[in-house]
Design a protein around this ligand. Structure first.
Ligand code: TUI
Length: 309
C-alpha cells in the first residue's frame, strides 16, 4: 500500500500512531514502527532530558523510523524542539498550536514536519510554512480537539493543500481507514486503539474503560474557556462540567484536572483521573498487539477498497 506518506516517511503501511501524552512512550512507539507504521514519542509536558532518553530507548528497540510529537502548549516546547534535532529524529508531528517558529530549524536539519491542523486556514498556513504533510484531526478524537468533524475536515483540507493529508479522529478499523482514503487522505493517524495495544504501558483500568465504552460515553470539558478536551465520562468530567456550567473560573477548574491524565494512565485512577479517548472507543473490543491492530486494519481496508460495486 504505497502513498506519498509511506514514501515520505519510509514506512510500510500508511498508519501513524498519535503522540498521546503519558501514553506514547518508547515501548509503544517502537512497537508501532516495528509493525510497519510510524510510532511516535509524545513529548507532551516532559522536560527535554526525558524526551532525549525516550528517543534513545526507542532506538534500542527498533531500527525503523520513530518520530516525536511536540505539544505546543508545553512551556518547554522550544527546548524540546531543539533536543529532537540534536537526537537525530527525522519526523516531527505537532499538536495544540502553531509550530511556525520552529519550522526553519527543523527544515534546515532535514526533519520532516507534519503538524496537526483543525481547520483549512491552519492547513494552508502550515503548507506555506514548509510542512511536508498535515494531519487533519476531527473532533471525534480524544484529548485536545478542534470543532470540525473528520468527515468534513479531511476533504476540505485535501482540496485546499497540495501536500499529503493524514486523517485523524474516529478511526480504529479498516472501514475508517478506507473511508479516510475516499475522503482524500493518504494515511491515517490513530490514538485510542493504540492506547489499548498490548505494548501500551497504560494501566489496565484505563484500557478496560476504553474496551467497555459505548458510542456516547465520551464528554468534552473545557469548551467555555477555549481548551476543549474529550475524555470518557466519569466523576471528574461530571464535576468539571457542573462547575463549568456554574461559571467557575478557569484557574479553579484547572485545579481539578492538574495531573489528572497521569493519575488515570499510570495509577489507574479512573474515578478522579482524566481518561482521554476518542468517540471510536465504542468500537474497540479487545487488547491486541500493534502488529495485529495494523495488519487487521490493512486487510479489511484492502478488501473494501478493492470491492466491485
Ligand atoms: O494536541 C492534541 N491533542 C492533545 S494535546 C493533549 S495534552 C493536554 N493536556 C491537558 C490540557 C491540554 C492539553 C491532549 N490531547 N491534538 C492535536 C490537535 N491540535 N488537535 C487540535 C489541534 C490544533 C488546534 C488549533 C492545532 C492547531 C490549532 O491552531 C490554533 C492556532 O494556534 O492558530
Amino acid at each position: 500500500m504505497k502513498t506519498r506518506i509511506t514514501e515520505l516517511l519510509g514506512i510500510e503501511y500508511p498508519v501513524i500512531q498519535g503522540g498521546m501524552a503519558w501514553v506514547a512512550e518508547y515501548h509503544l512507539a517502537a512497537a508501532v514502527s516495528e509493525a510497519g507504521g510510524l510510532g511516535l514519542i509524545g513529548a507532551a509536558s516532559a522536560p527535554p532530558e526525558i524526551v532525549r532518553e525516550q528517543i534513545r530507548e526507542a532506538k534500542k528497540l527498533t531500527d525503523k523510523p520513530v518520530g516525536v510529537n511536540i505539544m505546543l502548549l508545553n512551556p518547554n516546547a522550544e527546548e524540546v524542539a531543539k533536543a529532537v534535532v540534536e537526537e537525530g529524529v527525522k519526523v516531527v508531528t505537532t499538536g495544540a498550536g502553531n509550530p511556525g517558529k520552529f519550522m526553519e530549524m527543523w527544515k534546515n536539519a532535514g526533519v520532516k514536519v507534519i503538524p496537526v491542523v483543525a481547520s483549512v486556514a491552519m492547513a494552508k498556513l502550515m503548507e506555506r510554512a514548509g510542512a511536508d504533510a498535515v494531519i487533519a484531526e476531527g473532533m471525534e478524537s480524544g484529548g485536545h480537539i478542534g470543532e470540525a468533524t473528520t468527515m468534513t475536515l479531511v476533504p476540505q483540507v485535501a482540496d485546499a493543500v497540495n501536500v499529503p493529508v493524514v486523517a485523524a479522529g474516529g478511526i480504529a478499523d479498516g472501514r475508517g481507514f478506507a473511508a479516510s482514503i475516499m475522503l482524500g487522505a493518504e494515511a491515517v493517524q490513530m490514538g485510542t486503539v493504540f492506547v489499548t495495544a498490548k505494548e501500551s504501558i497504560v494501566h489496565s483500568n484505563y484500557k478496560q474503560k476504553i474496551i467497555g465504552a459505548k458510542d456516547i460515553d465520551s464528554e468534552v470539558t473545557g469548551r467555555s474557556h477555549g481548551h476543549p478536551i474529550r475524555s470518557i465520562r466519569n466523576k471528574m468530567t461530571r464535576e468539571y462540567l457542573k462547575l463549568e456550567q456554574q461559571g467557575v473560573p478557569f484557574e479553579e477548574l484547572e485545579q481539578l484536572t492538574l495531573g489528572s491524565l497521569r493519575k488515570a494512565v499510570m495509577d489507574g485512577d479512573i474515578t478522579n483521573g482524566s481518561i482521554m479517548a476518542g468517540q471510536i472507543a465504542g468500537l474497540i473490543k479487545e487488547e491486541k498487539s500493534c502488529k495485529d491492530i495494523i495488519h487487521d486494519i490493512i486487510v479489511q481496508a484492502e478488501t473494501l477498497l478493492n470491492k466491485q460495486w
